[in-house]
Design a protein around this ligand. Structure first.
Ligand code: PAF
Length: 274
């Protein structure tokens, strides 16, 4: 496995590759990331994983400084997975000067996560576009855990005619249902036990819909109340159409329930397709 810090070296090493499969990450790799890497390996012999904690997608009060940085452990995990190339740029490499060109995003980026984390998707889309330009992959793999991110990236690729196929991977969960996330490490033991209730609430809501309840507003309210009664602070729990991420109206389109809520100082997100 080769580790690259520099754009020119990475590009030179990729020059003769036909199809590159790319997995962008912010590091602190867990089984969820490794599932993305596994999928990438099924798609191409040449897999590139990037590790970069992207300042552009954090609000000033968020956990950019605190975000776990575990590059040498991450590289060890990746070498066990036979990954060919890891791109670990410094900030100075990706932002030699302030990043003044930022993508303008469609209204969907101001909803759900975007409403509570303004500018988040602009930061994500801008860095992903830069990484696509540097690596020029044929395919890129994203997890469904970040459902709206996946949606925004797909729309970016479609509307900007970027020649990259976007592949989605299912969320990996612990045995009690908690979606794997680097931020789970912020939870103390009591919070960790409670944390799977976000997923359980999504499951309950899905079951209600499956049994014919289509009063989406009431279902959302009920789900939010359930979490609040358990001590969560809820940003949203909301039922949407999968193909537009607009609010659900009927059962005629495929739906997804998305949720974001706080346990103490830790914000967790999750979703469930119906
Ligand atoms: O999902 C993530 O880890 C990040 O948002 C990504 C796609 C690597 C961009 O920084």
């Amino acid at each position: 496995m080769e580790i690259f810090k520099d754009i020119d070296d990475l590009r030179a090493s990729l020059k003769n590759e036909t199809t590159i499969a790319f997995v962008p990450t912010m590091g602190n790799l867990h089984a969820g990331h490794l599932a993305l890497v596994n999928r990438a390996k099924q798609l191409s012999d040449c897999v590139v994983v990037s590790i970069f904690v992207n300042r552009l997608q954090f609000l000033p009060h968020e956990d950019f400084e605190q975000y776990p940085r575990t590059v040498s452990d991450d590289c060890k995990s990746l070498s066990g997975f036979n990954v060919n190339r890891v791109f670990v740029p410094d900030e100075k490499i990706l932002f030699p000067t302030p990043q003044e060109f930022l993508l303008a995003l469609p209204p969907v980026a101001d909803t759900l996560e975007g409403k509570f984390r303004p500018g988040f998707f602009q930061g994500v889309a801008t860095i992903v576009l830069k990484l696509f330009n540097i690596i020029q992959p044929g395919v890129a793999i994203f997890g469904k855990k970040d459902y709206q991110q996946l949606y925004v990236i797909r729309e970016m690729v479609r509307q900007l005619n970027i020649p990259v196929e976007i592949i989605a991977c299912e969320t990996i969960r612990t045995s009690d249902g908690l979606a794997l996330s680097s931020r789970n490490r912020y939870l103390d033991a009591v919070q960790r036990k409670e944390a799977s209730q976000l997923y359980q609430t999504l499951v309950q809501t899905k079951n209600e819909i499956a049994s014919g309840n289509t009063d989406f507003r009431a279902l959302q309210q009920h789900a939010e109340d359930r979490l609040r009664q358990r001590g969560w602070s809820v940003d949203y729990l909301s039922i949407h159409q999968r193909n537009t991420l607009l609010p659900a109206e009927t059962l005629d389109t495929d739906l997804v329930i998305l949720g974001a809520a706080w346990l103490g100082k830790t914000r967790l997100i999750d979703n469930l397709e119906i």
